[in-house]
Ligand binder design. Structure first.
Ligand code: ATP
Length: 363
């Protein structure tokens, strides 16, 4: 943070609907900072993504990495386009490259529906769902140090699980459960009955659990855990899992919150963090004004919380609560039904409702 209480934010609008949800989110952040007072933002827009690649031959230019490295936090909308691919057929994923570049091992994916949004699960307890999936984000099946191979007869991928990342990841998860102060439980979601990598993972999980006396530790196989997410999600507190499993389970979590447009996330490392909605660039709805910006707004609230903790800014923490409160008020029952849930509210309507609620909220 600069001496004038200004947070430098590297801002990546990216591709598709990313370009459409960035400005509303930025405007809300400026508004909430002005309302709370005591801090502001120095916005540093960064060009990157699949569309950028088509013009410049790189999806994540050095200039953007440099800006991101020097920033206090990175706010990213969405990147990648299905039709823009590398020669080997893979999509561009600069948002994943940033995780490796900055060692962002902890992918934090809260599953907590906005109270007024129609519950997806029929059980009345669905309104009480409040848990966090921690997706390991720099190795597992996505490990860059073990690229897959392919020839005419076979293709292979390698899963990498290392002790240093596991230790940091599990410590992060137990500390989060402690801070949340709820059930104080961390569940290892793995497949230790079939893969030795997960046996190794689980051994380290229980080693680290021993250092957190006030937090319970248990484990579940990933297939059974997927059922728990649908059948009794209120029993989950913090769940920590491998990269690929986390990729899949966090989309399930998003669906249980009402859709991808409601699911925020943070990718956190020791020195840097990226905040971005769980969803991708959604080319099927891009350019139509239908994108729900809520996931990015809630990701921005997570950014404010993180900045508040790291930089000792109580104002940023107050602003995070105000922004979340404004989202809850905007979606109070019957007010706003987004397109993904069969309603009419698109990007502009959600922005206007959250902005109006922000003007009314006590800070
Ligand atoms: P990626 O692999 O890049 O994360 P994806 O394949 O998971 O992307 P998304 O782009 O997240 O795909 O889109 C999945 C579905 O959710 C699409 O039907 C899309 O229209 C919808 N969707 C995603 N984000 C939003 C949003 N913010 N508002 C409304 N619908 C969305």
């Amino acid at each position: 943070m600069k001496s004038d209480n200004t947070f430098r934010i590297a801002l990546f609008p990216g591709d598709g609907i990313g370009m459409e949800i960035t400005d509303p989110t930025r405007a809300l952040l400026d508004t909430v900072a002005a309302r709370v007072g005591g801090f502001g933002f120095d916005w540093q827009p960064c060009d990157a993504g699949a569309a950028y690649y088509t013009k410049h031959g790189t999806a994540l230019p050095d200039e953007a990495i440099k800006t991101a490295r020097a920033a206090d936090a990175i706010l990213l909308a969405a990147m990648g386009l299905p039709d823009v691919r590398y020669a080997d057929g893979r999509e561009m994923t600069p948002q994943i490259d940033l995780r490796f570049e900055f060692g962002l091992y902890a992918g934090v994916r809260p599953v907590k529906p906005v109270p007024g949004v129609r519950a997806v699960l029929a059980d009345p307890k669905a309104h009480d769902i409040d848990y966090v999936i921690i997706r390991e984000s720099v190795e597992g099946l996505f490990a860059p140090q073990a690229p897959g191979s392919r020839n005419e007869n076979e293709a292979r991928e390698t899963m990498v699980i290392t002790r240093p990342i596991c230790e940091k990841l599990f410590d992060f998860s137990f500390a989060l459960a402690e801070r949340r102060g709820g059930a104080r439980k961390v569940t290892s979601v793995d497949k230790a009955n079939v893969f030795q990598a997960f046996g190794f993972w689980r051994d380290i999980f229980y080693e680290r659990a021993a250092n957190f006396e006030g937090v319970a530790a248990d484990h579940a196989y990933v297939d059974a855990f997927a059922m728990t997410m649908a059948q009794k999600p209120w029993t989950i507190d913090v769940a920590v899992t491998e990269n690929m499993f986390g990729d899949i389970l966090s989309d399930l979590g998003a669906a249980l919150m009402g859709g991808m447009g409601y699911a925020p996330s943070a990718d956190i490392g020791d020195d840097h963090a990226v905040f971005q909605p769980c969803h991708g660039s959604a080319p099927d709805i891009a350019g139509k004004g239908l994108a729900n910006p809520t996931a990015m707004i809630l990701s921005a609230a997570m950014m404010l919380d993180w900045l508040g903790e790291r930089q000792g800014s109580s104002e940023a923490g107050v602003a995070a609560s105000a922004l979340r409160g404004a989202v809850d008020a905007a979606f109070s029952p019957g007010q706003l039904v987004t397109c993904e849930l069969g309603g009419q509210a698109g990007t502009a309507a959600v922005f206007e409702a959250v902005n109006a609620a922000l003007a009314r909220i006590d800070v």
